[in-house]
Structure formats: structure tokens, C-alpha cells
Design a protein around this ligand. Structure first.
Ligand code: GAR
Length: 202
């Protein structure tokens, strides 16, 4: 099975969806590590319940991003992690991790990239009044939400929609899509050629 590490900062509904898919036998992977920068995040509790080892760190205790990322990299190497799965990890990632894991690190983002990168993507979309938004899963490169796109799903913003209702719809889509994409990777169905992704559908 594919050995994955999930990085998260918050609630962890995507972590939960991945852990549940592993548990249900729908995802040929093992979650070797949760990396979390927020000791009080709900995702830490979820990892405990799922029996996943946590690595929790406080960024302010480190001299720089590169220093804590080097420590994370060491843990990933120890655990022989094949794939980093970013699931609401709200920190910039530097070359310390991007370079060794290029093509082996994915992110989920709550918009149809390249629209609305960065934080508060759902709010940005609502404030601009777009009628269609969605979810993107992509490989991570050195930029902010810029890497090669693996999959996208659309979510309509209805007239009566609120930020809360759109967030709920997006989360529901994410929780289906992310385990599916990780399973494609586990099965060797995702190929990165130059900067484009091909999915081999069996
Ligand atoms: C998800 O909606 C994810 O797409 C978003 O954070 C949320 C985390 O929810 N990620 C980003 O905005 C990354 N720029 P969760 O903690 O419940 O999985």
C-alpha cells in the first residue's frame, strides 16, 4: 500500500475522509503520519482516534520554515512516506519539502484554480459573485496553489447561497474527491508529464 502523510491545520474533515476510506478498504494506503502546526486543532483528536501518529509542532519555536521543514522531512524519511497529502495545511511550503517531494505532494483547494488561490477562496468567490466555483486537487510546486492540476469538480453557487452553505457543499465534494484521487495515485493511474497530468482510467 501507498504510505501517506497528511498535513493539516484545522478541523480535519479531509483527514477523516481519507482515514475512513483506508478503514473501509476503499483506499490502498496507510496513513503513516499526521503533520500539524496547531496543537489544539480538531484534526489532532481525529488522528488519535484513528490511531495515526501525530507530529505536532509550533512554528514560532523554530528559527525558520526551513528548520521545521527539515525536521518534518526527517520524519517523512523515517516513515518511508511515498506521498504527502495536504488537507487544509495553511502554511507556505518551501523548497526544503517541495524539491524532494515534487510529483509526490498534492493539495486540495476550495476553488477552480487558477481562480481564487490563497486563503478564503470560498469568500473570495462569493464576494466576486461567481456562479460556479468548485474544488481542485493539484501537485504542489513552489508557487501559491499553482501546481499541475489532477482533478477538478464544479459546485454551483445558487442565488440564495450563503458562505456557510457553499462551504458545506464544497466540503461534501472534497470528501468524495480526495480519497478517490489518492486511490488513483496508489494504483499508478496518475502520470505527470512535463507540467501536465494524465489520468489512466482502467
Ligand atoms: C478545505 O476546504 C480545503 O480545501 C481548504 O481548507 C479546508 C480544510 O478543511 N484548503 C485551503 O484553503 C488551502 N489553501 P478540513 O480541515 O475540514 O479538511
Amino acid at each position: 500500500p501507498l504510505r501517506i502523510a497528511v498535513f493539516a491545520s484545522g478541523n480535519g474533515s479531509n483527514f477523516q475522509a481519507l482515514a475512513d476510506a483506508v478503514q473501509a478498504g476503499e483506499l490502498d494506503a496507510t496513513i503513516e503520519l499526521l503533520v500539524c502546526d496547531k496543537p489544539k486543532a480538531k484534526v489532532v483528536e481525529r488522528a488519535k482516534l484513528a490511531g495515526v501518529e501525530p507530529f505536532i509542532f509550533e512554528p514560532k519555536r523554530y528559527a525558520s520554515r526551513e528548520v521545521y521543514e527539515a525536521e518534518i522531512l526527517q520524519r517523512l524519511t523515517e516513515k518511508k512516506v511515498d506521498l504527502i497529502v495536504l488537507a487544509g495545511y495553511m502554511r507556505i511550503i518551501t523548497d526544503t519539502l517541495v524539491t524532494p517531494y515534487y510529483g509526490r505532494m498534492i493539495n486540495i483547494h476550495p476553488s477552480l484554480l487558477p481562480a481564487f488561490p490563497g486563503v478564503n477562496a470560498i469568500r473570495q468567490a462569493m464576494e466576486l459573485g461567481v456562479k460556479l466555483t468548485g474544488v481542485t486537487v493539484h501537485f504542489v510546486d513552489g508557487g501559491m496553489d499553482t501546481g499541475p492540476i489532477i482533478a477538478q469538480r464544479a459546485v454551483e453557487i445558487e442565488e440564495e447561497a450563503t458562505e456557510a452553505s457553499v462551504t458545506e457543499s464544497i466540503h461534501a465534494v472534497e470528501m468524495k474527491l480526495y480519497p478517490q484521487v489518492v486511490q488513483w495515485i496508489a494504483k499508478g493511474q496518475v502520470q505527470l508529464v512535463e507540467r501536465k497530468v494524465q489520468i489512466i482510467h482502467s
